[in-house]
Design a protein around this ligand. Structure first.
Ligand code: COA
Length: 335
């Protein structure tokens, strides 16, 4: 094999996608019964009408296993050779989530590790997985984003409780060529620790967030990273068929689309049904959008995220033709 063809065959290509949501739903009406808030306030500020919340018997590991199992079952048949779990809410400090997830999937023995980069964690995990594949270390990587962000706010904090939900999403990456559908484009990633205080939680139930500042940074960082990723991929940002932004809230993603000049009907969204699910947000959105037909094979798709750290990132792919089964939870699509 020549050096050139080796490079080509080591692109990371999405070949499976899956998602998992806890069955328990908390509506805005449920929140207004116990917090000084209104459905109108929450919907107009965030676009969120409900969120899925895991009860104590459903862990981050459980959610990760379910999403991963679907990504493997619904994808092109491959043997998974490594696993990365992006999460800010692991079940414990030590050991990491990923080895347990691998074992429950029947994958004991493969390299498996966690990665924390806030709500940008999934894109960071894609980057490390793509690096493994490019280096020839492994040929396939399972990448999971799983979070139980609903555990982070203080239960009485009306400014943060409405925003967050729990869930997991996963993709399988295989080695392939840069020109094929599903191949990840260049990854743009960044961080800024001077903003560490804007979103922080030293333990569950003690989240602090400076909402207005976070809003401003989220729009700026996602817009800039998106432009950079599109340019690096050789795309004109206005040619994007689907924008798949981290589901922080619909006002943020709407501003990002507007700044990029992407028409609003090309902006994917499900925050209304699931809230902000952290590292799970983008793969959950991709899985559900592919299942409900809003994301179709051939769509030039731009992924972008922003989160605590501060961290941000973006990348591109042309959506591949995957053998998908309908998602069980059946939540509708809304931006
Ligand atoms: N119900 C009713 N009133 C609420 C409320 C709630 N759930 N939460 C806050 N308020 C009040 C505030 O106390 C404040 O009252 P005051 O003016 O009397 O002080 C008022 O609403 C406005 O608060 P403010 O924080 O300025 O609102 P906002 O328009 O900035 O919206 C957010 C708040 C959190 C929705 C918005 O800042 C945001 O979306 N930030 C980004 C959050 C995010 O996505 N984080 C994750 C990034 S990965």
């Amino acid at each position: 094999m020549t050096a050139a063809s080796q490079t080509v065959s080591r692109a990371a290509v999405v070949c499976g996608v899956g998602a998992a949501l806890p069955p328990h739903i908390v509506t805005n009406a449920d929140l207004t019964a116990r917090l000084d808030t209104t459905d109108e306030w929450i919907r107009s500020r965030t676009g969120i009408t409900q969120r899925h919340v895991a009860r104590a018997d459903l862990s981050t590991t459980d959610l990760a296993v379910r999403a991963a199992a679907q990504a493997i079952a619904d994808g092109q048949p491959v043997t998974v050779e490594a696993l990365v779990v992006a999460t800010t809410t692991p079940d414990r400090c030590c050991p990491a989530t990923a080895p347990a997830v691998a074992t429950r999937l029947g994958l004991t023995g493969i390299p498996a590790y966690d990665l924390a980069a806030g709500c940008t964690g999934f894109l960071y995990a894609l980057a490390t997985a793509a690096g493994f594949i490019a280096a020839g270390t492994v040929r396939t990587v399972l990448v999971v984003g799983a979070d139980r962000l609903a555990t982070l706010p203080a239960p009485e904090d009306r400014t943060t409780v409405p925003l967050f939900g729990d869930g997991a999403g996963a993709v399988v990456l295989r080695h392939g060529s840069a020109g094929e559908a599903g191949a990840l484009g260049p990854l743009v990633l960044g961080s800024d620790g001077t903003g560490a205080g804007l979103i922080r939680a030293f333990r569950p139930g003690a989240l602090h967030m400076d909402g207005a500042d976070v809003f401003r940074h989220a729009v700026d960082r996602m817009s800039t990273a998106s432009r950079q990723a599109a340019t690096a991929a050789g795309w004109d940002v206005t040619d994007i068929d689907r924008l798949a932004p981290h589901q922080a809230n619909s006002r943020i993603t709407s501003f990002v689309a507007r700044q990029l000049g992407v028409p609003d009907d090309r902006r994917l969204g499900n925050v209304g049904d699931v809230g902000n699910t952290g590292a799970a947000s983008i793969p959950l959105l991709l899985a559900r959008s592919a299942a409900d037909g809003r994301l179709k094979p051939g769509h030039r798709t731009l992924l972008t995220a922003f989160g605590a750290g501060l961290t941000w990132g973006a990348t591109t792919l042309t959506w591949p033709d995957l053998p998908l089964t309908p998602l069980p939870e059946g939540a509708g699509h809304d931006r």
